[in-house]
Design a protein around this ligand. Structure first.
Ligand SMILES: Cc1ncc(COP(=O)(O)O)c(C=O)c1O
Length: 393
């Protein structure tokens, strides 16, 4: 039965990583895959995570299964980071999930099979995996306008017009901050109008929150979801601690469902748990235990906040360094937009041919759409990158 199978197409972004590993050029640069890197090119373990792991090693006395929705302390602590009291606790339920991807898939299953949703609308462009995750859950996938013709700025009117066309009862997937792949986020005033448009059209918001703390701060970046909490009766948040805790391989995220009242929230939780039970049964413990330990301890939380700030400041500093270096080299293209964008990613404006040339002639690896992982830059490779970009422009 397997003999007739043809090869599945490789994952575009992870495939780039394989090509990078196989490249023997000692000066190769990887700006493709979506992990944070420090100045030495390492993806570090946060100090607060190490401390939490030490505590867990000393105190853990069982490896028994967790509940279907994870550690009991996890949900309330996650909701504190997300909402900081802006949603009544009785209206919100949280499941510990394997990464943000796990949260998105459980949300997709829940929406399709229990809520009766048939369609989800994704920003054009969006994170490449959104499409596959939601279609695997059985939802039809459509796109709403996000970027303007330059591909580097928000087409806000186009976005509002698109939302107005979405039929009531459909779901819209929004990026709370650090839009992946573009780095282009709505302003606070624009978020108000987006929430109003969803409410007016009866469109259910599903907010993907994978980069809390990477734009302007842990609290600042939660402004959009807190605004929805104020304006909208029902929505979902799929959050991830992969990036802001550096816990990529531990697979830790959360699905939070906000409902109109307590009984709706409790019923929603029971159905989301069914989706988990028939998928991976219950979540892995370690990442959730680390996050719970850090979020539940004032000192560790303060340390985490400072470590997230250091990652954010480094990324924003690299944005400036890149823009300044290109300007100093009299680049014919004005790259100042990179400094306005936020998060780990930016659209560089480079086209597929230029991206190919960077790979083939300079061993610089960038996703075909021109998306760069800003965190892959450092003071040692920025000159090389800028010179190479100038050659392919
Ligand atoms: C927008 C977005 N959503 C979700 C995820 C999934 O994160 P996780 O690794 O926690 O599954 C990512 C990861 O790159 C992402 O960029």
């Amino acid at each position: 039965m397997f003999g007739s199978l043809e090869m599945a197409p490789p994952d575009a972004i992870l495939g780039l990583n394989v090509a990078f590993r196989n490249d023997t050029n000692p000066n190769k640069i990887n700006l493709g895959v979506g992990v944070y890197k420090d100045e030495t090119g390492n993806t570090p373990v946060l100090a607060c995570v190490k401390k939490a792991e030490q505590l867990l090693l000393e105190q853990e006395n069982s490896k028994s299964y967790l509940g279907i929705d994870g550690l009991p302390e996890y949900g309330p602590l996650v909701r504190k980071v997300l909402f900081d009291g802006t949603v009544e606790e009785s209206r919100a339920v949280t499941l510990q999930t394997p990464g943000g991807t796990g949260a998105l898939r459980v949300a997709g299953d829940f929406l399709k099979h229990k809520v009766g949703a048939s369609r989800i609308w994704l920003s054009n462009p969006t994170w490449a995996n959104h499409n596959g995750v939601f279609s695997s859950a059985g939802l039809a996938v459509e796109a709403y306008t996000y970027l303007d013709n330059t591909g580097l700025a928000l087409d806000f009117q186009g976005m509002l017009d698109s939302i107005a066309q979405i039929p009531a009862g459909d779901v819209i997937c929004l990026h709370a901050c650090c839009h992946n792949p573009s780095g282009v986020d709505p302003s606070p005033e624009q978020w108000e109008q987006i929430a109003d448009a969803c409410k007016a059209g009866g469109v259910l918001p599903l907010i993907d929150f994978a980069y809390q703390g990477f734009a302007n701060g842990l609290q600042e970046d939660a402004a959009a979801i807190r605004l929805f909490a104020n304006k909208v009766d029902e929505f979902l948040v799929c959050s991830s601690f992969s990036k802001n805790f550096g816990l990529y391989c531990e697979r830790i995220g959360a699905l939070t469902i906000v409902a109109q009242d307590e009984s709706a929230a409790t019923a929603a939780l029971s159905h989301a748990k069914k989706a988990v039970r028939t998928n991976y049964s219950n979540p892995p413990k370690h990442g959730g235990a680390v996050v719970t330990t850090v979020l539940g301890c004032d000192d560790l939380f303060t340390q985490w906040d400072a470590e997230v700030a250091a990652m954010r400041d480094r990324i924003n500093g690299l944005r400036k360094l890149f823009v300044d270096t290109m300007a100093a080299k009299n680049s014919p293209v004005d790259f100042s937009f990179i400094q306005q964008q936020r998060g780990m990613f930016s659209y560089s404006g480079l086209n597929a041919m230029q991206v190919d040339q960077l790979k083939n002639d300079h061993s610089i690896y960038i996703v075909g759409s021109g998306r760069i992982n800003v965190a892959g830059l450092n003071s040692g490779n920025v000159e090389q990158l800028c010179d190479a970009i100038l050659q392919v422009l």
